[in-house]
Design a protein around this ligand. Structure first.
Ligand code: GDD
Ligand code: MN
Length: 394
């Protein structure tokens, strides 16, 4: 199967726009070999939701082409359950991608997930829905708060589960520390909190991805007791533990890199440098043209070609380097203002360059051919920062 890569939940599902039938709640039920549970869970969930949100919800079973034909049972039920949809996936596998694929196809404003094996008590759904109605962006069913627990887990299972959580707290406190049960696969989230965020589903723990990548402000937790499995069997093996660790590492490095990027604006600075580099060629070409073809004198040619380079750099910077910011300040007047500031700052930069060169040359007795590149680098930093703060105003 092709790797899922990074996936996005759309702000509004195109299907909604077309048919103008947005609904409040979409609940995903991922299944793999749950033939003996699927009928009951659909019945219980629709019973609850028909009451709480009559015709304002959908239930989406996402089945990975289960050998026990869970999908077939579910498909047959759609006749009697109009709010039930079934996705049978044949090209992709995995719990997290199943949930995300379901959300991508969903029409709801609020997106939820619940296990398909009845280990998550269905009544808790109503409390989760209430939490969202009360303003939470994310409502999580938790085993580790008041009213929560596990039925009778052995010592080893408890230790493994808590150990994984503790490890998560050490590796990624900003994500794992936000909820008491970060391993929960029973929760709901506002679409707006995760829309257009890149989610890279890895392993079993989709909640980590939602907290780590989404814009989740308010979190509410609701206690629940994790039930024993009555039918079928768990799909968890040692492999899920390894994937969990890899997932934590990935989220962590992603967070660290993007924070660094944001702080130092690395990408932006590289673009700025590249644009500056292009300016050198514009400057030289114009200078050559003005001197040879137009026969302007040296001082005029130098100034005019420098100004042309400044204009060139401004246009590229406004379009590319700072394009994201510029698009937020539209209009010819605004653009002209940015240009004037950019021009002034560049002129000041040239004066600064002259000062630095003479400082290195006259005071520190550095060769002028070494002093000049040092000055260029320093002034590029100056130009970048001042323009960032004043011309494009971050
Ligand atoms: N579509 C799809 N594809 N579904 C899957 C897959 C898959 O590859 N693997 C598992 N599922 C479905 C199962 O059929 C079940 O409905 C649900 O996902 C959970 O799988 P289990 O194998 O029963 O997991 P568990 O009981 O050990 O753990 C569950 O409970 C934890 C505690 O709340 C998971 O849901 C965890 O995410 C959750 O934290
Ligand atoms: Mn289970």
């Amino acid at each position: 199967p092709p790797p899922a890569g990074e996936l996005k939940i759309p702000h509004a599902n195109p299907a909604i726009e077309r048919q103008s039938q947005s609904i409040y709640f979409s609940l995903i039920v991922p299944t793999y070999n749950e033939a003996r549970n699927v009928e009951q869970i659909v019945r219980v969930l629709t019973g609850l939701l028909d009451h709480a949100l009559p015709n304002d919800y959908e239930l989406i079973i996402v089945d990975d082409d289960s050998p026990d034909r869970t999908w077939e049972i579910a498909q047959q039920m759609t006749v009697d359950f109009p709010n039930l949809r079934v996705m049978r996936r044949q090209a992709e596998r995995g719990l997290s991608t199943a949930v995300i694929r379901g959300w991508q196809a969903a029409r709801g404003e609020v997106l939820g997930v619940i296990d398909g094996d009845l280990q998550h008590p269905p009544e808790v759904l109503l409390k989760l829905l209430q939490a969202i109605k009360n303003g939470a962006d994310l409502a999580v069913a938790s085993r580790h708060i008041e009213g929560g627990g596990t039925s009778d887990w052995g010592l080893i299972r408890r230790v493994l589960s808590r150990g994984a959580q503790l490890l998560g707290l050490v590796i990624l406190p900003s994500v794992v520390g936000r909820v008491s049960d970060p391993m929960s696969g029973y929760f709901m989230v506002r679409r707006s909190a995760i829309a257009d965020c890149l989610l890279s589903p890895l392993g079993y723990k989709i909640l980590l991805e939602v907290i780590g990548r989404g814009q989740v402000d308010r979190v509410t937790e609701v206690g629940y007791v994790f039930q024993e499995r009555q039918e079928g069997e768990s799909k968890v093996t040692w492999r899920q533990y390894v994937e969990y660790l890899m997932h934590l590492g990935k989220l962590r490095s992603r967070g660290r890199i993007s924070r660094l990027r944001e702080k130092f604006q690395l990408g932006r600075f590289l673009r700025f440098g590249l644009v500056g580099f292009s300016g050198v060629f514009v400057d030289m070409a114009a200078f050559y043209f003005l001197r040879t073809s137009l026969g302007l004198n040296l001082a005029r040619s130098t100034m005019l070609s420098a100004e042309l380079a400044v204009i060139n750099n401004f246009l590229w910077n406004d379009l590319w380097t700072f394009g994201d910011i510029a698009r937020g300040q539209p209009g010819k007047r605004q653009r002209f203002k940015r240009f004037l500031k950019f021009n002034t700052i560049c002129l000041m930069g040239i004066i600064l360059q002259a000062l630095i060169v003479s400082l290195f040359h006259d005071v520190f007795h550095v060769s002028e051919f070494i002093a000049k590149p040092i000055a260029i680098v320093l002034v590029t930093f100056w130009n970048f920062w001042i323009n960032l703060k004043l011309s494009w105003r971050v």
